[in-house]
Design a protein around this ligand. Structure first.
Ligand code: ADP
Ligand code: MG
Length: 250
């Protein structure tokens, strides 16, 4: 459903993505691992257009939203079409990025009402279902500033799901959390994976990648160095770089 071909992303002083080819099937859970600065966040941000690529081609469900003509500059769909496409992806960040002055339910319903023009009633009904899914039904009317980190992240996941995205993107969703509460967030993500939500998870949680992902991708220096089933990646790493990385994670 998602295909990224020959993606290059240059920042002023570095090449963050160096001819990356990446694709996803519907219902798949892919974990992306790799050292800091290897381009993992940039790859996610190119999928939902938070970063504009330098060159390459991205196709979502057969629709090309950016392509580079031979030797030219990447050309995107119009802003309006892009907004629709971006609504097809839900992103969960390390630092939650919730609206602190809104209740949990309002956080979840904001985009469906503003962007999708859903009625308040239907958005709230769906919002309450999502609160239940992440185990926080009782927090509907609580301001997010009053939640613990793990609860905030679960609300952020519910908010991402509220737009019924084709793909959920997670960028180190548990890295800012205390170790004892990462489990509550990972178990919500495992539930989504079991429900065949299509998801890409950048993570340092090797246990999660090993147990939950269908496929694991190892990135280093802007390239995909190795990819495969979790057992191949963790039990039989081929490149020296992956072997070193895995031993550094122990
Ligand atoms: P990771 O998520 O794997 O830690 P990133 O995708 O954040 O890596 O970064 C990849 C490279 O791109 C790094 O060298 C980083 O410094 C650089 N980079 C990322 N975002 C920006 C930016 N907005 N401006 C300049 N350089 C950036
Ligand atoms: Mg990152």
């Amino acid at each position: 459903m998602l295909k990224m071909e020959q993606i290059v992303k240059d920042f002023s002083n570095c090449r963050a993505l160096d001819h990356v080819n990446f694709s996803m099937n519907k219902g798949e859970t892919v974990a992306i691992i790799g050292p800091s600065g290897s381009g993992k966040s940039t790859l996610l941000r190119c999928v939902n257009c938070l970063n504009r690529i330098t060159s390459g081609k991205i196709t979502l469900n057969g629709k090309t939203f950016v392509d580079t003509p031979q030797g030219g500059k990447a050309q995107y769909l119009s802003d309006k079409e892009l907004r629709i496409l971006c609504a097809e992806t839900g992103m969960v960040f390390q630092h939650f990025n919730l609206f602190p002055h809104m209740t949990c339910l309002k956080n979840i319903c904001y985009a469906p009402i503003k962007v999708k023009k859903e009625s308040k009633e239907s958005a709230e009904a769906r919002g309450r279902e999502l609160l239940k899914l992440v185990g926080l039904e009782s927090k509907a009317d609580v301001y997010t500033a009053q939640l613990s980190g793990g609860q905030k992240q679960r609300i952020a996941i519910a908010r991402g799901l509220a737009m019924n995205p084709q793909i959920m993107l997670f960028d180190e969703p548990t890295s800012a959390l205390d170790p004892e509460i990462t489990g509550e967030v990972l178990s919500v993500m495992k539930k989504l994976s079991d429900d065949h939500i299509t998801m890409v998870v950048v993570t340092h949680e090797m246990g999660f990648a090993r147990e939950v992902a269908d496929r694991v991708i190892f990135m280093d220096k802007g390239k995909i160095v190795e990819e495969g089933a979790p057992e191949e990646i963790f039990q039989n790493p081929k490149s020296e770089r992956l072997k070193e990385f895995l031993s550094s994670m122990l």
